[in-house]
Design a protein around this ligand. Structure first.
Ligand SMILES: [Zn+2]
Length: 406
């Protein structure tokens, strides 16, 4: 089984290397924005969009022209990669996976990617990596890089530079450990397992919220783009990155434990993106319960449910298990004992009491049990229907769902 994995380290660049990296990131941003502007212009004039090859040809022209000759100082492959990124942004947009590509702003996405492993030298014994036009860069070697290097991305965040090394390696087909579990995602408890255990929420955002608000207020009082404004902005960004780090750490630990101890994990197929998008509504059609929903949505984003699911998916695949997403209908209202479905079963947010048979239980646990059941039902469907899918990827194909209902 082939495994792709990224290893990220903090770089320890010299002053010159830092200046060069800033310049290269700037050149990439310039190329991206110039190409995007060009595509927009062509569209307005009714011309066809240029393909990747066409853009690369233009890039060569830009590098050779006297006006933008400084582009020739940046390594050419990362500049081409940025055109590839633009291509992908367009196809994501056409496939309705993303919004229309936007112009890049300075310090918003300071990164560039080296796609050719032949030009990269990794010297782990001496904690250094060689990259074209930058030379040998030292990095904080916190763990071994496993596998063959495929590509390398250099990025900047809060004044620090990082290198992310994407690798590929062959690993033995893993044997899944443990049984099946259903998970109910909530606010009071981040995740409740059907076996009764649960993960307490990480309210890193809440904990940092006060400090963040204060920093944001301080920033808003400063004259925009002044020295003090920049300092205040750096403080806000630092807080954001700290919140992000705490959340990532929490999610990684949680998903690693769950995926190592279970062969099958069932979760609700929540459309997190839609939930967080629709709260405010539009000016024509304002949303209902905006206050409550935006609070809830903020908490959802804070909890990182989407990231949780993404990590569970690939980590389970790594461990030979798999993730099953089930439709969330009635999982919180069905009695696990007699199967009675009623909204009255859920008397409060935390308590479940069946009006039919009188069973009482924690509402999140009931949800988790129902999710597990729905997962089993779906799995039985898939086995009796077509061949078992390989141990990778979330199962949520509509055809399978239709078979289940039939
Ligand atoms: Zn009941």
């Amino acid at each position: 089984m082939e495994r792709l994995q990224a290893f990220k380290y903090e770089l320890m660049p010299t002053g010159e290397q830092q200046r060069d990296m800033r310049r290269f990131a700037g050149s990439c941003r310039f190329v991206f924005n110039k190409a995007l502007a060009l595509q927009k212009e062509r569209y307005e004039q009714g011309e066809k969009k240029l393909g990747y090859a066409g853009l690369c040809k233009l890039l060569t022209e830009w590098r050779n022209s006297t006006e933008t000759a400084w582009l020739a100082n940046a390594p050419v492959h990362p500049l081409q990669q940025t055109l590839k990124d633009l291509e992908r942004a367009y196809s994501n947009f056409f496939a309705k996976r993303a919004d229309f590509p936007r112009f890049k702003k300075k310090s918003q996405s300071d990164s560039f990617r080296y796609p050719d492993p032949k030009q990269i030298k990794l010297d782990q014994a001496n904690n250094r990596i060689f990259l074209p036009k930058l030379g040998w860069l030292r990095y904080r070697n916190s763990r071994d890089v496993l596998g063959a290097v495929k590509n390398v991305t250099v990025s900047q965040s809060c004044g620090k530079w990082y290198v992310s090394i994407q690798t590929e390696r062959e690993v033995a087909q893993p044997i899944p450990q443990g049984g099946a579990v259903g998970i109910d995602m909530g606010l009071a408890r981040f995740a409740t397992m059907s076996d009764g255990s649960f993960l307490a929420p990480l309210n890193s955002f809440k904990r940092h919220e006060m400090a963040l608000r204060k920093a944001q207020r301080a920033m808003s009082r400063k004259v925009k783009f002044s020295r003090n404004w920049k300092k205040a902005k750096a403080r806000v960004q630092k807080l954001h990155s700290r919140i992000g780090n705490a959340r990532r750490d929490y999610l990684h630990k949680a998903t690693t434990t769950i995926s190592q101890n279970h062969a099958m994990v069932c979760i609700e197929d929540l459309q997190v993106r839609n939930m967080s998008k629709s709260a405010a509504g539009t000016t024509k059609k304002p949303g209902k319960n905006v206050q409550a929903k935006s609070g809830l949505n903020k908490s959802i984003l804070d909890q990182g449910w989407f990231e949780f699911r993404r990590q569970l998916d690939y980590k389970l695949a790594w461990n030979g298990g798999y993730l099953i997403a089930v439709p969330p209908q009635n999982t919180s209202r069905t009695c696990p004992c007699c199967g009675h479905v009623s909204a009255e079963n859920r008397q409060t947010q935390a308590r479940f009491a069946c009006v039919e048979c009188g069973v009482e239980e924690n509402a999140d646990l009931v949800g988790a049990i129902n999710v597990l059941r729905a997962g089993h039902a779906r799995l039985a469907c898939e086995v009796s229907g077509e061949a078992m899918p390989p141990a990778a990827g979330t199962h949520r194909s509509d055809s399978v769902a239709a078979q289940c209902r039939a």
